[in-house]
Design a protein around this ligand. Structure first.
Ligand code: SAM
Length: 435
């Protein structure tokens, strides 16, 4: 699929949304949920939106403080659901191998998916996506061209998936039984590809519960009380949404109450958290244009290099200055966002360009930000150089990515390209502010 085609397709999709209300998958999901005690809290229709993909649309207006979804606890998939399932015994006998909530839920999805029609969860499993745009699905060749700001969290995440899968294989291979449904040996049912899909399903769709709701006896390493919640997991995220989530007052369901109203025929969003685009990309496989929580980190050395380049004669970064910066936590959170360079970046630039003898004055100036116009100009000049260098770095990465994109690339790689483009836009705006 060529670039022009994709661009054209995106353009068409943006203005187009298609109603999924009568899709067999959705009808079966809601019929099955009703049988298990669910009833809709308000009229929501699943729709394929041009800009956000599948989500839920309000068929009538929704007011502030209205409960938009309420899922009976028996419809949630939690660690206790897994414990009392066909494969619960495998995890009760893990023989010292570490278990994590996400791994256990993912294993359960793989198991139930393989049962097909024989799974009571089939209507739910058929409602979740068959593939994902999370970075786990970037090929090694694609990962090779990503900048370290993206690559580092991706590799950490990927390693966690690899390790938990390898531990799962260890656990299942301790047991020699065969499956009642397909007669396959238990261990062959858990394959890497299915596990990656299941892991991504949990990662992009789970909610967090109170520990008390989850009574089980499995030895889970982490305290994350994850739950998969059918239907509820079709809400997309927006920074403009605001919600209250948790158990209903009678403790029988998991509810979401919206704190903002929604007009009839608009998409109803929830809020996944105050996430930067990097977090949204690595955890959920999408980004938000003009995300106010976005920022681009700088390394301390990058700032020093910009000072050395712009004012070689003024550069002065002694051991005592380094101590000072570290003691005052000024050498961390070095970043740039839509509003320009962070306070700490400016403090580091100022500190490392000013002579040692004036340390008391320096401290006072940094915390009052009362720089002379000459000092301000010097800080801006270094800041501009720093921003420009980062921009050049991202532009050259994007160029390489564009070349790769013209061949067959993963959806995840395309999202990574959009993220780099967002970063370039932020830097260009910040550069204009640094005058
Ligand atoms: C909990 S699911 C939401 C429903 C999902 N869109 C679906 O089709 O089932 C989370 C996933 O939805 C997508 N998503 C959520 N909010 C989005 C947004 N504002 N823009 C684009 N995609 C979004 C991402 O793929 C994310 O991993």
């Amino acid at each position: 699929m060529g670039r022009t085609y994709r661009k054209r397709k995106r353009k068409t999709l943006r203005n187009f949304s298609s109603n999924l209300h009568s899709s067999p998958c959705f009808i079966k999901l809601t019929q099955w949920m009703r049988k298990h005690g669910w009833s809709p809290s308000c009229t929501l229709c699943p729709v394929e939106f041009g800009d956000t993909g599948r989500g839920l649309r309000a068929e009538t207006s929704i007011s502030k403080n209205q409960v938009i979804v309420s899922i009976p606890l028996e419809l949630l998939i939690t660690v206790s659901t897994v414990e009392s399932s066909d494969i619960g015994w495998i995890f009760s006998n893990a023989n010292g191998v570490s278990l994590f909530a996400q791994q256990v839920l993912a294993a359960f999805l793989v198991w139930e998916k393989h049962l097909g029609h024989h799974s009571v969860w089939e209507p739910y499993l058929n409602s979740v996506p068959v593939d994902y745009s999370v970075p786990l699905y970037c090929s090694n060749e694609e990962l090779d061209v990503l900048p370290s700001i993206l690559l580092e969290p991706i590799l950490i995440h990927k390693q966690k998936v690899i390790d938990t899968f390898s531990d799962l294989k260890k656990i299942v291979s301790m047991h020699s039984g065969t499956c009642w449904h397909c007669s396959e040996s238990i261990s062959t049912i858990f394959q890497r590809e299915q596990y990656w899909w299941a892991w991504s399903t949990v990662n992009t769709r789970c909610v967090y519960l109170d520990e008390q709701v989850l009574s089980h006896h499995l030895k889970i390493q982490d305290k994350s009380c994850l739950a998969l919640a059918p239907f509820l997991d079709m809400f997309n995220h927006s920074n403009d949404a605001d919600v209250q989530v948790g158990l209903s007052s009678d403790g029988k369901s998991y509810d979401i109450r919206t704190l903002v109203p929604f007009a009839k025929y608009t998409q109803v969003f929830i809020h996944y958290g105050y996430h930067s685009n990097l977090k949204l990309y690595t955890e959920y496989g999408f980004i938000l244009p003009l995300n106010p929580h976005d920022f681009i980190p700088f390394m301390f050395e990058e700032i020093l290099n910009s000072i050395k380049y712009t004012y070689p004669e003024k550069f002065n970064c002694s051991a005592s200055k380094l101590d000072f910066l570290k003691c005052h936590s000024l050498a961390e959170n070095l970043s740039c966002n839509f509003d320009g360079l962070s306070f700490n970046v400016k403090a580091v630039i100022y500190m490392c360009m000013t002579s040692e003898s004036q340390k008391d004055i320096l401290t006072l100036k940094i915390y009052s930000s009362e720089f002379t116009s000459e000092e301000n100009m010097a800080i801006c000049k270094v800041g501009k150089h720093l921003i420009k260098q980062k921009c050049l770095e991202f532009e050259s990465v994007l160029q390489i990515m564009e070349q790769k994109k013209s061949n067959n690339c993963s959806r995840s790689f395309e999202v990574a390209g959009s993220l780099i483009l967002e970063y370039i836009n932020i830097l260009k705006r910040a550069e204009k502010l640094a005058v």
